[in-house]
Design a binder for this molecule. Structure first.
Ligand code: FNR
Length: 187
């Protein structure tokens, strides 16, 4: 069994009452005991290659949090059939300087959500497309696309989705196994 895993969960929404953030909270609540999760904000200055020699403090803190993690979960809403610009910016920040990006090669998983019945499949796969370039081994199954996400929480934000519960625990257990398998493969 895996021991002492550290996982960064990048929240793709900046909104105060973000459903993505609430869903990330459920991932944390359903994580195995040996997994320590840290939620990361994408509220950072836009990536600009001119700043590579003197990066903003927010970039440095974000990169440090990724560096010390064993794996990264990208939690994203769907925006215009893709991921939000803020999340793409965070990926860009984590991908640079060239060949030194802290995201390169990190085990990853993707969860996406949308309040719509159609769901957030396209955001999930737009994200995966960027992770290919960063050579991030991405958990394939279980896929976690959460549609009608607004029905999972009451007006105070409390989780009420027990009956139609997305498989949070199975997803986190699979990601824990994935991190272990990837670290053995890279050893
Ligand atoms: C959206 N939303 C949306 N939903 C969807 O299913 N497909 C889409 O393409 C879009 N596009 C979109 C664009 C923009 C600019 C906004 C603001 C919203 C709805 C969106 O997924 C929904 O509001 C999420 O709940 C936002 O995530 P947070 O902030 O609740 O985490």
């Amino acid at each position: 069994m895996a021991t002492g895993q550290s996982v960064a969960i990048i929240i793709g929404s900046l909104r105060q009452n973000s459903l993505t953030r609430k869903i990330a909270g459920q991932l944390v609540a359903h994580a195995p005991d040996h997994m320590n999760c840290t939620l990361l904000s994408v509220d950072m200055p836009l990536y600009n290659q001119d700043l590579d020699n003197d990066p903003p403090a927010a970039w440095q803190a974000f990169r440090q949090a990724i560096t010390v993690s064993d794996g990264v979960i990208f939690a994203s809403p769907e925006y215009n059939r893709s991921m939000p610009g803020g999340l793409k910016n965070a990926i860009d920040i984590g991908s640079r300087p060239y060949m030194q990006g802290v995201l390169i090669g990190k085990p990853a998983a993707v969860v996406s959500q949308s309040p719509s019945p159609l769901g957030p499949t396209l955001a999930n796969h737009a994200l995966r497309q960027s992770l290919v370039f960063l050579n991030m081994p991405v958990l394939q199954q279980p896929e976690l696309y959460i549609n009608r996400s607004v029905t999972l929480f009451d007006e105070e934000g409390a989780y009420i989705g027990a009956e139609q519960a997305p498989p949070f625990a199975a997803f986190m257990a699979a990601f824990s196994d994935w991190i272990s398998r990837m670290s053995k493969a890279q050893a």
